[in-house]
Design a binder for this molecule. Structure first.
Ligand code: PLP
Length: 456
């Protein structure tokens, strides 16, 4: 039976991907319609699984957003290179638990192999440890837990055993444009949002290194500095080399949230934007953004494996450990049982190699500049950021017109871009992060945006 069931899924998925580039890019229905189509009481008895799958595909269809396609520019959203989707299917079929070596020796070794490749690709310290988490939010959490452990250990406090309530005070310093997920991670770790010392930023959202230096000089003690590679709005990267130099001179830990910007390190002509990145203490990033593997996939990387393991690992007699070489996946992540989400990454790296990864990043950046150029030629449209990576902030005359254009573009369906505020101005955010986007997609999308704008 499994053969027919899986073949049904295969048919549904390949049909979807064959047609994804031609779909209305946003969802084209209402919540009520979806509830009517998908809801109903809990079934009492069984149904034919093939009918269940066909029915699911038909009933959910109008609520599926085409973010796997080439003209979805919302948030920072990668697609999924086909080999990574296929590897993800295999991961589900194998159904491996990546918690312990003996639960899946293959998954454990593949995590070790991919960890090594990632450190090579990003040129980070080869001794760093890597945890395979759900996304950059959890990567921030994992890395900052390691940071919290280490800065307190250095003053003789074991936060894992003694907790935070009576611990020496830890200063947490971040750029004023810190991403909300890093703030969330700090909250989970016992640091209140009002305790974060925010450092002024420049016009592109980069932490000002001189202001950080002044803040660090104010007091000593355990300190964590949260820097950023790739501002979620502008794509700009903090001046990491200066930040790390100042912070390390005072014994502070530097964490880098590089959800997408970290991958600039893979392209020789972009690497200067993350200069000094290899000198930081921890790095959080996503694979489901610029690496274009399916949701969900993130990476927590820590230069010194000891605090990483100390912050995450747990022991119980029924969870056996083997030899030191046998990787315990759960030592590096905030979860125990976990799918083998490393498999799509392994397939990606084997399939594309270094050159293929750099090509996606390079191409997306060129396409971001292309859409910025096309849009800025239209009177009334202004690009508000320096397009240094894949992010473009667009203003259409004023706030109200920008809001209307965003709504019109989303309704029209050629492409999808969301809104946000940047420096108190309403903007349309365009993030070019999909492996399959072409110049033709960019031109079609720019034309659609300009058409929508001209109506107002
Ligand atoms: C800089 C930055 N950090 C963290 C995140 C959170 O990533 P995720 O939602 O994949 O966990 C994002 C998402 O856009 C981001 O841009």
């Amino acid at each position: 039976m499994h053969k027919q069931v899986l073949e049904t899924a295969h048919r549904i998925a390949t049909k979807y991907l064959d047609e994804v580039a031609a779909r209305h890019v946003g969802g084209s229905t209402t919540r009520n319609a979806l509830c009517d189509a998908l809801g109903g009481p809990m079934p009492q008895g069984s149904s034919d699984p093939i009918a269940v799958l066909n029915d699911l595909a038909a009933r959910a269809d109008a609520g599926i957003v085409a973010n796997a396609g080439p003209r979805y520019f919302g948030f920072v959203t990668g697609g999924a290179v086909p080999v990574t989707v296929a590897a993800d299917w295999i991961a589900s079929a194998w159904d491996q638990n990546s918690a312990l070596y003996l639960q899946s020796p293959a998954a454990a070794v593949i995590e070790d192999v991919v960890s090594g490749w990632i450190l090579e690709l990003l040129d980070l310290p080869r001794t760093a440890s890597v945890g395979f988490v759900t996304g950059c939010h959890m990567a921030n959490f994992t890395c900052l837990a390691a940071a919290r452990h280490e800065v307190l250990r250095r003053v003789g406090w074991n936060v894992e055993t003694r907790g935070l309530q009576k611990a020496p005070r830890v200063r947490v310093i971040a750029g004023g444009e810190i991403h909300v997920s890093a703030v969330g991670a700090l909250r989970y770790l016992g640091f209140g949002t009002e305790e974060i010392e925010l450092i002024p930023v420049d016009g592109q959202g980069r932490m000002r290194a001189d202001a950080l230096e002044a803040a660090l000089a104010k007091s000593a003690g355990p300190t964590i500095v949260c820097a950023q590679a790739g501002n979620v709005s502008t794509g700009a990267c903090d001046p990491l080399d200066a930040i790390v130099r100042s912070a390390h001179a005072r014994g502070a830990w530097v964490h880098v949230d590089g959800a997408f910007g970290l991958w600039a390190a893979t392209v020789p002509e972009l690497r200067s934007q993350v200069k000094g990145i290899e000198t930081a203490d921890s790095w959080a990033t996503d694979a489901h953004k610029w690496l274009n593997v399916p949701y969900d996939s993130g990476l927590a990387i820590v230069a010194d494996a000891a605090p990483h393991r100390a912050a995450m690992s747990m022991k119980a007699s029924y969870l056996p450990r083997g030899t030191d070489e046998e990787r315990i996946g759960m030592d590096w992540v905030p979860e125990s049982s976990r799918r083998s989400r490393v498999l799509p990454l392994y397939a990606l790296f084997r399939s594309l190699g270094r050159d293929g990864i750099a090509d996606i990043v390079r191409r997306n950046c060129a396409l971001a500049r292309r859409i910025a150029d096309r849009l800025s030629k239209e009177p009334g449209i202004t690009i508000l950021n320096d397009v240094v990576l894949n992010q473009v902030l667009v203003q259409f005359t004023d706030d109200e017109t920008t809001r209307r254009v965003i709504a019109a573009v989303q309704a029209e369906g050629t492409c999808w871009a969301g809104g946000a505020f940047w420096q108190n101005k309403q903007v349309m955010r365009v993030s070019v992060s999909n492996w399959s986007t072409t110049e033709g997609d960019i031109d079609r999308s720019a034309d659609a945006m300009i058409r929508c704008f001209r109506v107002f």
